[in-house]
Design a protein around this ligand. Structure first.
Ligand code: ZN
Length: 295
């Protein structure tokens, strides 16, 4: 695909910003033809792709050798998205459901956002996916789909060979490269562990706190919940030890509400606690969703 065709492919993307498509396409080509290792290529190309697609978040996903499904190896912008946590996990499920399709997928999510999934292939083998969460504005959600699919194909025509080439540098085979990505995923797990430790420490210091009003307490519990959700975490219920969501509920005997632990026990939604100040908060991994097989 020559530069003019590429630029044309991105012209149909709904946008209100003043990104100069031609300049960004030039940058993307340069990064794709460059010689950075994959670890640097992913964030550099994502940065440009977000601008080209008027997207707020994006990720590259790959399936490590021996793994059944994909894992994100480079992610940007998801923490800042104004999307509910359930919508965010739906987006992840979309990637895991669509990465083996032959062509780009455009799926509506909460307006004005659309989820774009570009399968990354090595010949006939699906090896990963490019995921973007773009803002399509107030337009008819069906309208920009064709434009997005066209632009995704254009982006993939540059990116796929760039990734394959980097995976095959020298003696490196696709298998070795996916193993390298698996190692990267391991490093990310290590980072997540230290992040969890930092969150644990900070929450531990808040024992005994209350924020002066029901609204403030509720705002605080929402902030905690958003933070935990981002990192796939929950708090431990001090009463039964189960993974729970911390909430602040109205209570006739406590003006500022009471802190409760919301969890499902034996299949029933149950609240424990009822503290007027924050009890000890300990974090734990979010349990897998009920009724869904772990893949
Ligand atoms: Zn409990």
């Amino acid at each position: 695909m020559n530069e003019a065709t590429l630029v044309e492919a991105f012209r149909g993307i709904p946008r209100r910003d003043s990104v100069r498509v031609g300049v960004q396409v030039g940058k993307l080509r340069k990064v794709c033809l460059g010689d950075q290792a994959l670890e640097a290529f992913f964030p550099e190309s994502l940065d440009i792709l977000l601008r080209l697609f008027n997207a707020s978040a994006g990720a590259f996903w790959f399936r490590p050798f021996n793994a059944a499904t994909l894992f994100p190896v480079s992610r940007v912008g998801f923490e800042q998205l104004a999307l509910s946590n359930s919508c965010l996990s739906d987006c992840e499920q979309m990637v895991r459901g669509a990465w083996q399709s032959l062509g780009p997928q455009v799926r509506p999510i909460d307006r004005p956002f659309v989820s774009l999934i570009g399968p990354i292939r090595d010949g006939s083998t699906a090896i990963g996916a490019l995921q973007l969460v773009a803002e399509c504005g107030d337009e008819d959600p069906q309208q920009p789909n064709v434009a997005y699919a066209k632009a995704l194909s254009a982006a993939l025509s540059l990116i796929q060979p760039a990734i394959r080439r980097r995976m095959q540098v020298g003696e490196t085979s696709i298998r070795e490269a996916t193993d390298r990505l698996a190692q990267l995923a391991d490093q990310l797990t290590g980072l997540q562990r230290s992040m969890r430790h930092a969150i644990d420490q900070t929450l531990g210091q808040l024992r005994g706190a209350s924020f002066g009003s029901l609204t403030a307490n509720q705002r605080f519990t929402r902030v905690i919940q958003d933070l935990l959700e981002t990192h796939g975490l929950r708090v431990v219920c001090p009463e039964c030890g189960a993974a729970a969501i911390l909430r602040c509920s109205k209570n006739p005997r406590a003006r500022d509400g009471v802190f409760v632990f919301d969890h499902s026990l034996a299949g029933r939604r149950t609240f424990h606690g009822g503290y007027t100040t924050l009890p000890v908060l300990q974090v734990v991994s979010k349990p897998p969703r009920r009724g869904k097989a772990i893949r």
